[in-house]
Design a protein around this ligand. Structure first.
Ligand SMILES: C[S@@+](CC[C@H](N)C(=O)[O-])C[C@H]1O[C@@H](n2cnc3c(N)ncnc32)[C@H](O)[C@@H]1O
Length: 406
């Protein structure tokens, strides 16, 4: 990760187009290996798995492609300064020495995300404040004018990462989190994060080689992510090119256009010939799913059904079911247990061995009411909620009953 190790003046983040440098892609817990595979596809090298992140090397083209195509990335960060700081003053002094005027525009806005560990910098907010002070003091001294802070929608997002006395500063090349794909026109009560949805689909092993069904689809996130995969639509196709790297002084428009055009040419190039459909009991939320699908021009690729899952015809043909049932934050415990019992009964009694079910939940009590034994349990987090993605293989005949009775 080291770009320059110095107590002097760290270099700004300028790169010639084919210069190779280290980057860090952020993701969610449990999706690191999937992200590493996606980064490899983008041409990344020297890949190392971290917790909730992947480190790798590549040039600007890799950075642009990773931003545009990786479905399981939340942000692509570029480290640009690294130093030791034993206390607040040393942190301030080292940050002050950085040639910020070559990185940030004086008229732009910025924000700092910080994480600290160890017993030197115990408050990440305070460390971010010191860093911010050093940056604005340098601008004030040089220009009598300073960039402003914007915690919502900053032009430049910095990451401050401190482990013990080791400080790394990274520039966020994505800007707004990459889970904000741009296709959401409306959201249900508990929409799943788009990166988590894409990760769940990839973890299910769905390779666009059979049907895909979400029996409790809400505003349609899993369906849209699946349809984007089936049509080879880049993860950020609907984002309207809102990326922080476009404001960087070394932004290479020709290289970016080349990456975008190359990826866009692949759209629709698959021979996907299966069905993707969803179902929900709530008509309002289904209307939102429809609105999102229409915006993404995927409404002809995905069918929506209204009603309770147990009233729907069981899938025909090989089908992967990936779903995100209610977790119980807005629903009574007894109702939730009953819902999971009915869900399990529907899978057991009505669905055949052509179906494989993947279900995410944070409600470990309700989970037991499904009455099927999961053949796989993967830990994931939905925000701060500790969740399990459960895999259920369905069997016909005696095996089905035997497993169901466990
Ligand atoms: C956690 S939300 C799903 C959110 C969805 N993944 C999204 O991104 O918007 C759970 C959904 O289950 C639906 N639901 C609850 N009971 C149902 C039932 N019996 N049949 C079908 N859907 C049901 C709710 O209406 C809700 O939309």
């Amino acid at each position: 990760m080291i770009i320059q190790k110095s107590n002097g003046s760290p270099l700004p983040a300028e790169n010639t187009p084919h210069q190779v440098f280290r980057m860090v892609a952020k993701t969610m817990f449990g999706l690191e290996e999937l992200l590493a595979d996606e980064l490899r596809e983008c041409g990344a090298k020297d890949i190392e798995l971290l917790v909730r992140a992947v480190s790798f090397t590549g040039d600007m083209k890799v950075l642009y492609r990773a931003n545009y195509t990786c479905r399981t990335a939340l942000a692509i960060l570029k480290p640009f300064a690294e130093f030791e700081a034993a206390d607040d003053q040393e942190l301030y002094d080292n940050v002050y020495r950085i040639k910020w005027e070559k990185i940030l525009d004086v008229d732009a806005t910025f924000m700092i995300d910080s994480t600290t560990s160890g017993d030197v910098f115990t408050h990440s907010y305070y460390a971010a404040l010191k860093t911010k002070d050093a940056i604005v003091d340098r601008f004030r001294r040089m220009f009598n004018h300073r960039p402003s802070i914007d915690t919502e929608n900053a032009d430049f997002k910095l990451n401050l990462h401190i482990e013990g006395t080791h400080v790394t500063l990274l520039l966020n090349s994505s800007g707004e989190s990459l889970h904000k794909r741009g296709y959401r026109q409306a959201v249900g009560v508990a929409p799943i994060n788009e990166v988590l949805a894409a990760g769940m689909i990839k973890l299910s092993g769905w390779k666009c080689d059979c049907n895909f069904f979400d029996p409790m689809c809400g505003s349609g996130t899993l369906l849209i992510e699946a349809a984007m995969m089936a049509n080879n639509i880049p993860a950020q196709y609907y984002r309207q090119e809102r990326f922080a790297f476009k404001r960087w002084s070394d932004f290479n428009i020709a290289e970016w256009k080349n990456v975008k055009e190359t990826e866009d040419r692949k759209i629709g190039s698959t021979d996907f010939d299966y069905e993707i459909w969803g179902n929900d009991i709530d008509l309002d939320v289904l209307r939102q799913a429809e609105m999102n699908l229409k915006y993404a021009k995927l409404h002809k690729d995905v069918l929506l059904y209204h009603g309770s899952f147990e009233d729907q015809d069981p899938p025909e043909g090989k089908t992967i079911i990936v779903t995100n049932p209610p977790y119980g934050e807005r629903i009574k415990v007894s109702d939730l247990n009953d819902l999971y019992t009915r869900l399990g009964d529907t899978f057991k009694n009505r669905y055949g061995e052509n179906c494989q079910v993947w279900l995410i939940t944070s409600d470990f009590e309700a989970m037991k009411h499904i009455g099927l034994h999961p053949s796989k349990k993967i830990q994931l987090f939905n925000g701060s909620l500790d969740c399990r993605l459960l895999k259920f293989e369905l069997y016909s005949g005696s095996k089905k009953n035997k497993v169901a009775d466990q």
